[in-house]
Design a binder for this molecule. Structure first.
Ligand code: UD1
Length: 418
């Protein structure tokens, strides 16, 4: 167990190199099972979700190793189609392997996935999509079991644009006989990145980034060296940190286009933002003005993964805000922790009603999930006095070298063993 000790109040200045996107790397790691040639993922982020996914691949018989910052996956020796309960519980993205394992072995057996406790997080759309490709599915004793003689392309209409279901279906459809059309597909940039990866490996996928994705099945998928996109959520988190603390930072390697919904809100808050050529500069000098409402939506709407950080910012703006979480049911678990720091925040169902206060006070607070944990760190950085953030293993799932990067920007933050 480790915690952060943070002395708040420092302004943030300088450049921060944005890591490779967690939500891009995880499905790409799952895709590596589709080929028996080597896949090299360049500059993989040093986060526990990725390390756990690598563990799962090795448990399936793949040989995955780190070489510097790159991960090399050799799936030629993969000989197992079952993911044990303990590993699946560590990581929700283990479910991405249903499609690739079924495509490769004709079967897959995966315990119900774990991950951040932010709501019900069903996998019904993953399963109904795979069924449309000819997969027989049994749910038995906490396990999902898939089986098929062959995958056959089909038209699949998603009830809602689920990121994970879209990716899982793509990862099975690339090996199906004929054409698959996914309608009401998620449009997140990470899905375009997965399409890019798959096409580099010899697949035929088009339409990612729009609501309709067309996949023509292929017989052979090749090895590939690939640089996934930058992590727009990490970039957004640093920008919100600078907005809360004041100062001027540059997020290097991040595209403003992918988080334009956030940049739009931060400008309303009174920040100056300049985004061009994979570089986003944010400057905040004066006081923060509240935005009236923020509502999470599928891309290109405001990302649910930046909701907690943005709500923390609303707490220290002049005025009132309503934050509505439309994607996950229990994503305000950090609110009582912010109240310990002086925030005036009331949660009713999917809405958080925030009355801005002058500033946070330092306190001992507990991270309950990845993004909520990051929001608490930002609050502590902006607070007057000393804070301790406990249970930071949640934060390590998605932010690599977090405290190093923050210290380089001028923050006073250290990690200590409890
Ligand atoms: C992915 C991201 C996560 C992000 C989320 C929404 C990864 C590894 N994780 O998660 O960081 O917060 O997208 O942008 O990429 N749903 C169903 N049935 C299903 C699947 C989803 O009802 O079978 C619902 C969910 O309960 C939720 C909504 O669809 O309300 C969106 O979930 P989804 O897009 O699937 O999120 P994840 O893929 O789990």
């Amino acid at each position: 167990m480790e915690k952060y000790i943070i002395n708040g109040g420092n302004k943030l200045y300088g450049g921060v190199k944005i890591q490779t996107a967690k939500n891009s790397v995880l499905p790409i790691l799952a895709a590596a099972v589709l080929t028996d040639e080597k896949v090299r993922i360049l500059n993989a982020p040093h986060i526990t979700d990725v390390k756990n996914m690598v563990k799962i691949l090795n448990c399936l018989g793949c040989k995955s190793v780190y070489e510097g910052d790159d991960i090399i996956i050799d799936s030629s020796s993969a000989d197992c189609f079952e993911i044990p309960r303990a590993l699946a519980h560590e990581l929700r993205s283990s479910v991405f392997l249903l499609g690739p394992l079924t495509a490769r072995f004709g079967k897959a057996k995966i315990a119900y996935p774990g991950g951040c406790d932010i709501g019900l997080r069903p996998v019904d759309l993953h399963l109904s999509g795979l069924k449309r490709l000819g997969v027989k599915i049994r749910e038995n004793n906490g396990y999902i079991e898939c089986e098929c003689d062959k995958l056959v392309g089909n038209e699949i209409m998603l009830d809602c644009p689920s990121v994970g279901a879209t990716e899982n279906i793509m990862l099975a459809a690339v090996k199906a006989e004929g054409e698959t059309v996914i309608k009401n597909a998620a449009r997140e940039p990470e899905i375009e990145d997965l399409q890019k990866f798959l096409n580099c490996a010899g697949c035929k996928v088009r339409g990612a980034g729009s609501g309709t994705i067309v996949v023509e099945g292929v017989k052979k998928i090749s090895g590939v060296t690939f640089q996934p996109m930058a992590d727009r959520i990490e970039a957004g988190t640093f920008l919100i940190a600078a907005a809360m603390c004041g100062g001027e930072i540059t997020a290097l390697g991040a595209s403003g286009e992918n988080i334009s919904s956030l940049l739009h809100k931060l400008r309303e808050n009174g920040c100056k933002i300049y985004a061009k050529n994979d570089k986003i500069i944010l400057k905040r000098e004066g006081g923060l003005v509240s935005v009236k409402s923020i509502e999470t939506q599928p891309y290109p709407g405001f990302p649910t993964d930046l909701q907690a950080q943005m709500t923390a910012l609303c707490c220290i703006c002049r005025g009132q805000s309503i934050v509505t979480e439309n994607l996950f049911e229990t994503r305000f678990k950090y609110a009582p922790e912010l109240r310990k720091m002086g925030a005036d925040i009331t949660v009713v169902d999917r809405n958080a009603f925030v009355r801005g206060c002058e500033k946070f006070n330092g306190a001992t607070i507990v991270a309950c999930d990845l993004r909520g944990g990051a929001a608490l760190v930002l609050a502590a950085l902006a607070a007057e006095g000393k804070s301790e953030v406990l249970d930071i293993s949640h934060i390590d799932r998605g932010y690599g070298m977090f405290e190093y990067k923050l210290r380089a920007l001028g923050a006073d933050i250290v990690r200590v063993a409890v």
